[in-house]
Write a protein that binds this ligand. Structure first.
Ligand SMILES: [Zn+2]
Length: 103
């Protein structure tokens, strides 16, 4: 029975602490683009064929991961009690450090 108990141990995704599954919290995150369709008038698209081929070229240059990033991402995390409380107090971990622009 001890082996089964060890197998149910999990690790906190934030602090890496090992804890019992029954003491852990599950955090599920979904991140996706707003499904609203932008209104496009014919005036906005003077040359539809060219626009589409440009879009296809752009998509070909992207990796599947990049495309997936634009569509829908789903994350599962497991948290210990301490990280759970911290997350509730500040779900986005603000303030975040700004990523250095590498343009
Ligand atoms: Zn933790």
């Amino acid at each position: 029975m001890r082996e089964a108990q060890q197998a149910s141990d999990v690790q906190c995704s934030i602090c890496q602490r090992t804890l019992r599954r029954c003491e852990s919290y599950i955090l599920r995150m979904e991140l996706f683009a707003d499904p609203g369709v932008p209104e496009i008038t014919s005036e906005d698209m003077p040359d539809t064929e060219q626009t589409i081929s440009e879009l296809l070229e752009e998509m070909e240059s992207m990796s599947s991961d990049e495309l997936q990033d634009k569509v829908h991402r789903h994350f599962d995390f497991r948290l210990c009690g301490v990280c759970h409380a911290q997350l509730l107090a500040n779900p986005l971990g603000l303030p975040r450090r700004r990523a250095r622009s590498e343009n």
